[in-house]
Ligand binder design. Structure first.
Ligand code: HY3
Length: 347
């Protein structure tokens, strides 16, 4: 007997269809259909709307049994900016971020492959992606009808405060740098805790990074010239301390949201880290560095390309480049008698 492979299983409610990709090992679940209309007259207002009205769907798609603790997602929305090809909301295990570089790299390819930009051109097609932090310009390699590597220019990035001392329970006074690359991160060398971003156990890196994040959140007041939606600490990035220019890769591990671990070198983190290095005079404009994920060994390149301002802050435009790959498509359903249908996480 032939199996009907087009048939959906028994379910109630809408079917949520997604395309799954990864960038340097970090997952991106791009929602294709099944979401209700997202209200709001700006991408930031839409981000507030989904947080307040549609958060159950984030849990359905990010949490088990359909996702996992470290799942990451993107919901494509209408942008209010004329130059934008698409708007996007990012989601993770705790809520909705303001910037995500690994997602921009994947979405650049996706936008070209799925016809979100008209008439792709070789050797690169430009895709303007309106993220909650602002307009991000992606450039997607395109030849013989195939998409490839992606580079993007992010929103103005700046060192917010350097050499800030915070008291971290169990670790005493710890000196961190805080920098913005579309989202705020605290940076500290893993060596300060006797750890190594390439070889230490992930659990140990997560514990330390989470303790630093909590300390900075409670002891440092952040602000962003564009307003309070952007003024929160997204995570802590532990580094190998190799901030002075070198041809060799420098490694880091980003722990963000609720102790979620980025498998990639972190696009917004690389952006913030380069802003910090530029601020300290450790890299020059146009000087490219290689950033490696301590988690998977995957690589991004990054460089500061232009000086600019963000309110009163001296800022830089940073270019980050990497590659994303498709891993599959799925259609998710829910059954009303499934007690676990709304999602759960194991800590
Ligand atoms: O690449 C990035 O910027 C993101 N990856 C997960 C955490 C950050 O949002």
């Amino acid at each position: 007997m032939a199996m009907d492979v087009t048939r959906f299983p028994p379910h109630e409610g809408p079917v949520l269809s997604v395309v799954d990709m990864h960038t340097g090992g970090e997952p991106l679940r791009i929602i294709r259909s099944g979401y209700p209309e997202v209200m709001g007259d700006s991408v930031l207002a839409k981000r507030r709307y989904v947080r307040e009205n549609l958060d159950h769907l984030r849990k359905v798609l990010m949490f088990e049994p359909r996702g996992h603790y470290d799942m990451y997602g993107a919901l494509i929305v209408q942008s209010e900016i004329d130059e934008a090809d698409l708007g996007v909301l990012f989601m993770h295990n705790q809520g909705y971020s303001t910037m995500c570089g690994h997602a921009v790299i994947a979405l650049g390819r996706f936008a070209v492959d799925y016809g979100l930009v008209k008439a792709p051109v070789s050797p690169e097609t430009k895709v303007n992606i309106h993220c909650p932090c602002g307009l991000v310009k992606a450039f997607v390699e395109y030849s013989n009808g195939k998409t490839g590597g992606v580079r993007f220019h992010s929103v103005p990035a700046f060192a917010f405060q350097t050499d800030v001392t915070v008291s971290v329970p169990g670790h005493g006074d710890v000196v961190v740098d805080i920098s913005y690359g579309g989202a705020f991160y605290a940076f500290v060398s893993a060596e300060r805790f006797g750890l190594d971003v390439r070889t230490s156990r992930t659990r140990d890196l997560v514990d330390v990074a989470t303790a630093v994040t909590n300390a900075v959140k409670s002891q440092v007041q952040l602000h962003h010239p564009s307003g309070p939606d952007l003024a929160f600490l997204y995570g802590t990035i532990l580094t190998d301390g190799k901030d002075s220019f070198s041809e060799e890769p420098t490694a880091n591990v980003c722990v963000f949201a609720d102790a979620q671990v980025d498998r990639s070198p972190t696009g917004s983190g690389v952006t913030a880290r380069i802003a910090l290095q530029y601020h300290r005079g450790l890299v020059q404009l146009g000087q490219s560095r290689v950033f490696q994920s301590g988690a998977t060994g995957s690589l991004f390149t990054g460089k500061a390309v232009q000086e600019t301002r963000c309110g009163d802050f001296k800022a830089v435009v940073v270019e980050v480049a990497g590659r994303a790959h498709y891993t599959g498509i799925s259609s998710f359903v829910q059954e009303s008698d499934d007690n676990l249908t709304s999602g759960f996480l194991l800590k």
